[in-house]
Design a binder for this molecule. Structure first.
Ligand code: CA
Length: 513
């Protein structure tokens, strides 16, 4: 009897010790970031275009941010914001043509200093050598979709397979080697579904049975919006028939805006093995036959839209599959409860809204970004918030959830209260945005979004203001800046905008007239 009693006491003691350990154990962190993934193509956001059960699971197990936005809607700057918790004018990465200064304080460096093992796999796109990571294996620049080359410790290695699968393999391999040694912080950064969207061969027939409808404002005439009038990122005029639509048309005209595109496309498909290339050619030969029957410009535009959507969704489908692999791995290795998993894109993306296929603008589709977080041990699931959270907030949020002090100079706000209680009365009511890059005919601009209005100042090369009443005009089709009845509202919004520029120390923005 005595032996049996001791046996029970021993296990009770062991159990309570394990519980105490679980409660004090630092969470692991995985930030899954995709590139150019539109919330319009995620079923958790109500998409009818595609079902994304694995991405949706992150929201279901945690919180979905319905109104998450970025501070500067383009690839490299957004990544720098995630790493630093600071606006572009503070971290120095204003556009894709800058080198990230790796000497500054970053999220992985802070985690590392707090006993974490840190890694980044996949897309880096900050041009300088990664700092703060125990392990990194990154795509050079934009990288390739097929049999991609990676860069590790200055050495190039070509991997066999499809980029999204390869990045996930690397991530799981690293977690496997790390999980029993220390808490880990992993940035799992996908190239998908960045242009030019090249699907995995196994999905080349997927979505062929679907006919995608043009968004209602596809043929936006850009009246009253000067910056939109000069941009060069419309589906009807700027997609390349080879690069974007994958049609092997040697006689098709070369668009001066994208004159690099046919050669770039050729280089990408030449990465396929001869057997893979056969599968590819057979699939797109069918599309070429269809293309040859098209007569009018409108027919070609609709064809290119359809082709874009099919390939985009095929790439997103594979992204979702691979996110499922990560979640299953966490389940199977008993890491699910104590691991924070974030899913976000580096920004939103236009899928034909305003006739566009790109990002950059402060209009809704590229300003908003998908964002969701799960951490079963930290907060409950099935939550949704309309709070104005930003990519700027991710660094302080993760540190706070991990019990690590947030540096005072980070400009984002921790979402911990929002995640653990479902609300935060102190949350920002307005968002400040500043975009700098002039490629593809874009104009630099900054602006403010409040619950009802959006005020944007385009300043280089176009100089003009735009105001939208988002309640009356959610698609941002009518610039009402010049309507006299809005004069006092505009003055008020300009005051708020100035206050935000002062708050976030955008001294350069403050000087712009
Ligand atoms: Ca991007």
């Amino acid at each position: 009897m005595l032996t049996q009693f001791n046996f029970r006491a021993f296990f009770l003691l062991l159990f309570s010790a394990l519980m105490a350990n679980a409660q004090t154990k630092k969470p692991n962190v995985i930030v899954i970031m995709s590139d150019d993934h539109a919330y319009q193509a995620i079923s958790a956001y109500g998409s009818k275009l595609i079902s994304t059960p694995n991405i949706d699971r992150i929201a279901k197990d945690g919180m979905l941010m319905k109104e998450a936005a970025v501070t500067n809607s383009v690839c490299s700057p957004s990544r720098a914001v995630l790493l630093t918790g600071k606006y572009s004018h503070m971290n120095g990465m204003k556009d894709n043509g800058t080198y990230f200064n790796g000497a500054q304080e970053t999220l992985p460096k802070i985690y590392r200093a707090n006993g974490y093992r840190t890694a980044i796999v996949g897309k880096w796109h900050l041009f300088s050598t990664p700092t703060g990571f125990d392990y990194w294996n990154i795509l050079p620049d934009q990288g390739n979709y097929y049999n991609p080359k990676f860069k590790k410790d200055g050495k190039d290695t070509v991997y066999t397979g499809y980029v999204t699968d390869v990045i996930t393999d690397m991530a799981l391999d690293w977690i496997g080697k790390t999980k029993d040694k220390a808490p880990f912080f992993l940035m799992l950064h996908h190239k998908a579904p960045h242009r030019n969207v090249m699907p995995p061969l196994k999905y080349l027939d997927k979505f062929n049975d679907r006919q995608f409808k043009l968004p209602s404002n596809f043929y936006d005439d850009y009246a009253g919006r000067k910056a939109l009038q000069i941009q060069q990122v419309t589906m009807k005029d700027h997609l390349d028939i080879r690069y974007d639509s994958k049609i092997p048309c040697d006689t098709c005209p070369i668009n001066p805006i994208n004159n690099w595109a046919p050669a770039e496309y050729q280089r990408e498909i030449e990465r396929l093995t001869p057997a893979e290339r056969q599968v590819w050619d057979a699939a797109f030969l069918k599309e070429y036959e269809l293309f040859k029957t098209l007569k009018t410009k409108d027919e070609i535009v609709r064809f290119q839209f359809q082709r874009y959507m099919e390939d985009y969704l095929r790439v997103v489908n594979s992204l979702d599959d691979n996110i499922g692999r990560v979640l299953r791995y966490l389940d199977e290795n008993h890491l699910s409860e104590n691991t924070i998993v974030v899913y976000m894109s580096d920004q939103g993306f236009y899928l034909g809204e305003h006739g566009l296929y790109d990002k950059r603008f402060m209009y809704t589709e590229s300003f908003r970004t998908p964002m969701m977080i799960r951490y079963p041990e930290g907060f409950k699931g099935n939550q949704k918030t309309g709070a104005y959270v930003l990519n700027l907030d991710m660094a302080p949020t993760l540190l706070d959830l991990s019990g690590i002090a947030v540096p005072n100079d980070m400009q984002g706000q921790s979402m911990k209260t929002l995640l653990t209680t479902g609300k935060d009365e102190s949350w920002r009511k307005e968002i400040y945005y500043h975009y700098y890059e002039k490629s593809f005919g874009l104009t630099r601009h900054y602006g403010i979004k409040t619950k009802r209005y959006k005020l944007i100042h385009f300043y280089d090369p176009v100089n003009s203001w735009e105001l939208y009443d988002l309640k009356k005009d959610p698609k941002e089709m009518h610039n009402v800046y010049d309507e006299p009845k809005y004069a006092s509202l505009i003055a008020e919004l300009k005051e708020k905008l100035r206050a935000l520029q002062i708050k976030y120390k955008d001294t350069e923005g403050l000087k712009i007239k």
